[in-house]
Design a binder for this molecule. Structure first.
Ligand SMILES: [Zn+2]
Length: 154
């Protein structure tokens, strides 16, 4: 699966639609996203492979989780600033402030509703990937910028 890139890409900038059912089609999509993410990223959202659905993969600890229709129920008041990058914005990195902890609700691989509290890097990955479902890229949230000018002209 090809990973879509560029700050102005239409699928990346669109709002993804909710999934009605975690069926074979969604599992197949998740498998393909898993392959596309291998060795390169710790998270991936379906719009990044051109599919405008509310499906993300996030690596929490060392395990990759499928989250369908993820929704953040609460954000901690405490924030942390760390550098981020994105498979859809090659060679761009910058510091982004995110909530240190979030509670996220989603449907798992079996279609079961789950609620989970995540913190630190796990919370950052979840927030970054859910942003993708709303057409938001980390570069929209930068507090400082280090950019490879060549790639920014994509
Ligand atoms: Zn990203």
């Amino acid at each position: 699966m090809k990973i879509f890139t560029g700050e102005k890409n239409k699928v990346l900038r669109g709002t993804a639609v909710p999934v009605e059912k975690v069926d074979d089609e969604i599992i197949d999509l998740a498998d393909k996203m898993f392959e596309a993410m291998q060795e390169k990223g710790i998270g991936l959202a379906a719009p990044q492979v051109g599919v405008p659905k509310r499906v993300i993969l996030v690596t929490l600890g060392k395990k990759v989780h499928l989250m369908v229709n993820p929704e953040i129920l609460s954000f901690s008041a405490e924030c942390e600033i760390e550098e981020e990058g994105c498979l859809s914005l090659p060679n761009q990195f910058g510091k982004v402030s995110r909530a240190k902890r979030v509670v996220v609700k989603y449907l798992d691989v079996n279609g079961q509703e789950q609620e989970r509290e995540v913190s630190d890097l796990d919370a950052r990955v979840v927030q970054h990937e859910i942003d993708h479902l709303n057409g938001v890229l980390f570069t929209d949230r930068l507090i400082s910028k280090k950019i490879n000018m060549q790639s920014s002209s994509v």
